[in-house]
Design a protein around this ligand. Structure first.
Ligand SMILES: [Zn+2]
Length: 284
């Protein structure tokens, strides 16, 4: 959806609300959520009322927007700005919102992306696995070569999607556990010669190793796909100039999502991750 289509889609507050109801982000109430009565009505702009139990509830009840005062139009525009990778500061300026409001919304989107991640054994076919280190611009921190660097393990299905996880270490057990959880048995896995991948065959995977020295010499034995993702992710993370380590996994999952949805309408996909997501789920 481009900006002009977005303007049409959003329209005014009423139209934006309708769009959010149709998407399933706001709930559509046919009966009273308290007593189940179907004689209900809209009493004010933002309230419904039950004519049996006389209880009232807000239009944002049980949705991601509960407890947020942001207008529906600006909510949708903020999602578009997130899609376009606009900084929190710039979005807040463009929308006339407080920095913290936009920051919270961006974090909610990232949390929603993580929660909707359904990777369980969903990778199959030809798979590339690799590990990489992120962050830690201070080099050689008193003898600890990897000080401040965060190890990340990546799995990529050729012609398909990628999944990445921050890991505590890159020992065989750690990587194998993730491989077993995410990849179907019988898949053909390509890795480099790192010894942590030694156990793959005993868990029912086919395994071929590449030799970095002669990567392109033997046909399909390469891991260019996952290495392409590392470049994509590192280039984008440069923008953030040092992400808070506690938040890094969240940013990483955002990059995974962007990469996997690179040929989709990202705006529509972002709306989709918010369906059924409640803002109370985001504990920040
Ligand atoms: Zn009622």
């Amino acid at each position: 959806m481009n900006l002009s289509e977005l303007a049409q889609y959003i329209g005014d507050e009423g139209k934006a609300e309708q769009a959010l109801i149709e998407k399933g982000i706001l709930k559509r109430y046919d009966v009273c959520p308290i007593c189940g009565e179907d004689r209900i009505g809209r009493v004010r702009r933002s309230k419904y009322k039950c004519y049996r139990c006389n209880k009232e509830w807000g239009v944002r009840r049980d949705s991601v927007l509960e407890g947020m005062k942001i207008p529906f139009t600006k909510f949708l525009m903020a999602i578009k700005l997130f899609e376009l990778d606009t900084s929190v500061r710039e979005s807040a300026k463009q929308l006339g919102l407080a920095y913290n409001t936009v920051y919270r919304l961006y974090q909610i989107l990232r949390h929603a992306i993580v929660i909707t991640d359904t990777n369980y054994q969903s990778f199959s076919g030809e798979i590339e696995m690799d590990e990489s280190y992120f962050g830690g611009r201070r080099k050689g921190n008193r003898g600890r070569g990897a000080a401040g660097k965060v190890p990340v393990f990546g799995i990529l299905e050729r012609g398909g999607k990628v999944t990445v996880e921050v890991v505590s270490d890159v020992k065989g057990d750690t990587l194998l556990e993730l491989a077993i959880r995410k990849v179907k048995r019988g898949s053909l896995i390509y890795t480099d010669r790192f010894r942590s991948y030694n156990g793959l065959v005993s868990y029912g995977f086919k395994h071929r190793r590449i030799d970095h020295g002669k990567r392109f010499a033997n046909g399909k034995v390469y891991i260019n796909g996952i290495e392409g993702f590392w470049s994509f992710a590192k280039e984008r993370l440069m923008k953030y100039h040092g992400v808070n380590p506690a938040k890094f996994p969240l940013y990483l999952k955002e990059l995974e999502f962007r990469y996997n949805h690179r040929d989709h309408d990202l705006f529509a996909d972002l709306l989709q991750v918010l369906v059924g997501y409640s803002s109370v789920a985001c504990t920040e």
